[in-house]
Design a protein around this ligand. Structure first.
Ligand code: NAD
Length: 266
């Protein structure tokens, strides 16, 4: 086949529906000839993920259940990939979780239980996935995760998720060094705000969207297709010299130090 991703096979984790960032990346990779496997969390989402995966030519045997809070569940996914494909070329990890009740109010009120669960699912799971992916990447590969500006600066209501994303971005750097010897690259995309299922858990999300639209250099919000283009680049050989990077796909918002003079009051 033709295309940047011809001959490459990989795993997409984190599609919940057609508004998911993972789906934007999946479509971009598929359009360039890549073959895809998918994971889904739970039966309710399975009903949404199966038809989407079928749209990009994924056989039933490569649409797999996975709850990343269970190591056995991650093992089962990589066992299935090994049985079906032997080796893989890329993994996209687009997974995060926090109790919605703690994505409002003050960070200082985070409970120990939600801290542990949020950091485990939103950060450690990427490390657990990387370890298993490495075993299926004898000739190198690319691992990509999703982060947010709340890792770097305090964003309203992002709270424990900001701390989890900071840990995730640090783990990208450690993993890049650990796996670089085997030509496995590890990078994150720091996406601007997008209205997805996960985002709906964040307090005042509409205000954050407006703020980014008015104050970013491009004066617009990003789409899952915008993030898809960056995901394609990071999974493809075009980015072969890139590892340990946090690549912002946020209309440039992260470079701005002051509210735009012409931004309306919101
Ligand atoms: P989404 O709701 O479409 O995707 C989140 C996914 O995480 C879902 O598919 C969900 O099933 C999965 N998930 C949660 N807990 C899991 C578990 N225990 N095991 C397996 N899967 C689990 O929302 P999205 O916005 O596309 O989120 C994808 C990633 O992008 C997340 O890491 C999110 O933090 C990040 N991100 C989102 C935005 C945004 O504004 N939407 C911005 C920057 C980064």
């Amino acid at each position: 086949g033709a295309g940047l991703m011809a001959g490459k096979r990989g795993l997409i984790m984190g599609v919940a529906n057609d508004r998911s960032i993972a789906w934007g990346i999946a479509k971009a990779i598929h359009a360039q000839g890549g073959q895809l496997a998918f994971t889904y969390l739970g039966e309710a989402l399975e009903k949404r993920v199966r038809p989407l995966a079928a749209e990009v030519g994924t056989p039933d045997s490569l649409i797999l259940p996975c709850d990343v809070s269970e190591m056995a569940s991650i093992d089962a996914v990589f066992d299935a990939l090994k049985a079906e494909w032997g080796t893989i070329d890329f993994v996209v990890h687009a997974i995060a979780y926090s109790d919605k009740e703690e994505l409002k109010g003050r960070y200082v009120d985070t409970s120990p239980e939600n801290f542990n669960q949020s950091l485990f699912i939103s950060c450690f799971s990427f490390t657990a996935v990387a370890k298993r992916a490495e075993a299926l990447m004898p000739n190198g590969g690319s691992l990509v995760t999703l982060s947010y500006y709340g890792a770097e600066k305090v964003m309203p209501h992002y709270n424990v998720m900001g701390v989890a994303k900071a840990a995730l971005e640090a783990s990208v750097r450690y993993l890049a060094v650990d796996l670089g010897k085997n030509d496995i690259r590890v990078n994150a995309i720091s996406a601007g705000p997008i209205k997805t299922l996960a985002a709906s858990a964040i307090g005042d999300f509409r205000l954050i969207l407006k703020w980014n639209e008015y104050n970013s250099p491009l004066k617009r919000n990003v789409s899952t297709d915008d993030v898809g283009g960056a995901g394609l680049y990071l999974c493809s050989d075009l980015s072969r010299g890139v590892s340990g990077e946090v690549h912002h796909v946020d209309s440039g918002y992260h470079v701005v130090g002051m509210k735009a003079a012409d931004a309306p009051d919101i």
